[in-house]
Write a protein that binds this ligand. Sequence first.
Ligand code: NCD
Ligand code: ZN
Ligand code: ZN
Length: 432
Amino acid sequence: MKTIFKEVRVLDPESGRDEVLDVLVEGERIKEIGKSVEAGEGKIIEGKGKWLVPGLIDVHVHLREPGFEYKETFVTGSRSGAMGGFTTMAYMPNTNPVIDNPGIIRALVEKGKGEGIINLHPVGSMTLGQQGETLGDYGEMKKAGALALSEDGKSVLDSYVMKQGLLKAQNEDLPVLVHCEDPSLVAGGAMNEGKKSRALGIQGIPNSAEDVITARDLILSGETGARVHLCHMSTKGSVELLREAKAKNSRVSGEVSPHHLTFTEEIIDGIDTNTKMNPPLRREEDRRELIQGLQEGVIDIIATDHAPHSEEDKKQPYEKAPFGIVGLETALSIGLTELVHTGILSPVKFFEKLTINPAKLLGISRGKLQAGEIADLTLIDPEASYEIRVENFQSKSQNTPFKGRKVKGRAVLTMVSGNIVMENSRLKEANK
Ligand SMILES: NC(=O)N[C@@H](CC(=O)O)C(=O)O
Ligand SMILES: [Zn+2]
Ligand SMILES: [Zn+2]
């Protein structure tokens, strides 16, 4: 099977390439990239005015299997990813049971291969049952298919346990994705602490709740040599701490989510729980520092932290509703609208944070648009303007504050290993 993209703007962040070319895909690989490539027989895709990038990679999603299938499954989550232009994602272990042993990892990898329409990779829990006490068997978990470790949903609070975990992870060369949150400082809060939380009478979460654990984990990376990656950075302080740590330690990295780059606590009304996520939406000065961090390269990755919750779950009072919002079907459009069309990031810099940098963190040979590489590709119409409609989501859940937002730019085709899985907002189920 051959597919040729004609006269498309090829963006390959790894090499820095940005030119209008033809790209020929044969079987599961990219066969040739050049000016007027001859395909012979094959599907022709007119690429004029469109951008072709390496398939997007999300290092942080929640697929809710096993245990919370009413919120999301491998089937619906991977469809949601394909719609958003993602070809690979790593899913977090805060499930029931927790993804904390080689047996469950092996079973999920198999299930993911059978049911997912894009590449799905598990992240193993740092501690058994995410109880923060006993470390799992990282070597066997890696062999079973875990690409990283994380206690996401919370932090490993005991610093001694954390340090031993990092030493063990370092031994297996597994990156540790850290959710930084000190619950004693959160103290039951449901939104950012400040003027807004006081006005609404909602208990606030101070920046320090994130910053103190961020500082600890960066220090422990320095001491152990372990690869520490900061999940969903939301504060000015965490950007400053990562900037400082990077000056002497190349094993640290960080990610930011589209919502923390777009919104602040100002949009919170105390009723609409689609503005409730962990960490919370912060102040304008935090948002600005996150953008600055992205521009400087202090923040390496854009990740969705896709956190589906049912309408029922989210219908509760603001203080009670679960934290989290979906992101797979909005991330690319929001990023293009807020970061690329505004000139904050060049297209190459933007896609670096969604392709090659995530691939490097996870240690997978993906994220390159080059001859000989696996043909995981995303075709983008940068000019397509539309309004985000949650009724159209493939995800089982619709919890997003981006509902109704006008955006410009979207994925129009997603290809995984040479197979088109989405074209013009339609999923192709033929090969599954
Ligand atoms: N981000 C969230 O608000 N929620 C996540 C957990 C997490 O990422 O910490 C979830 O699993 O729902
Ligand atoms: Zn988290
Ligand atoms: Zn998460």
